[in-house]
Design a protein around this ligand. Sequence first.
Ligand code: PAF
Length: 282
Amino acid sequence: MIQNFTTVRTVSELRQVIGEWRRAGLSVGLVPTMGALHEGHFSLVDRSVMENDRTCVSLFVNPKQFSPTEDFDLYPRNEAADAQALQCRGANVLFAPLVEEMYPADAATSVSVPGLGDVLEGEFRDGFFTGVATVVSKLLIQSMADRAYFGDKDYQQLRVIRRLTADLNIPVQIIGCPIIREEDGLALSSRNAYLTTEERAIAPALYTVLLKMVAAIQSGADSASAVQDGTQHLLSVGFMKVDYLAVVDPETLLPLSSATGPCRVLGAAWLGKTRLIDNVGV
Ligand code: PAF
């Protein structure tokens, strides 16, 4: 589907485009991204196009969610290809601001979500969720979208975003969408591009381990032994380091010692220089 598509770089241009839509009574969906789009992102765009009259995709590699030792400079960027693909998918506007537009030199406000943002990823990625919560709050307010779409792949991020949206009374519906996987189970991620051929062959083991953990706890094993077995398995197949494997409450993300009700099994592990994350619902 090829249709009117435009790229804007400033908040005032974005507000002008979206303001016209809103005055015409059209509903607006937002898909926040950092670009390097893949089928995981496109599944969010497809859903937004289906559920809204107009779809805005943001592309902003947010420096505030990268620590100084992370891959901000290396993060894959290809705006021209992303824009072309988005137009084909039926999106209407790409919001691709410069860093100075999102964070003017005198900007002083940040949004943090203690508790949900401190555990799991928060323990290993200093400042990550404050960076995410700040930029997502800004994008939601800048776009005033009716609905915003995020992948379950970043499950903790989705929980943090639901919390901040409720706490700040931002009038948007947050929609979580299923993880899109390669045929061998590897969850799609822009960072998969960093994997060498050898690492790519090992990478699906993270998902396999999460599924094994689910099977183990469903058949009565306690979380600690499922985590221990899972960690050993990942290290034995070639993962360098396991940041965490965890069985948690799907709402609070607090650890569960066994699975008597709904829970989420999450993991983060390093393959060479690439950090992979994944999760499975129980
Ligand atoms: O999931 C991502 O790509 C980013 O964390 C997001 C939500 C676009 C915020 O920068």
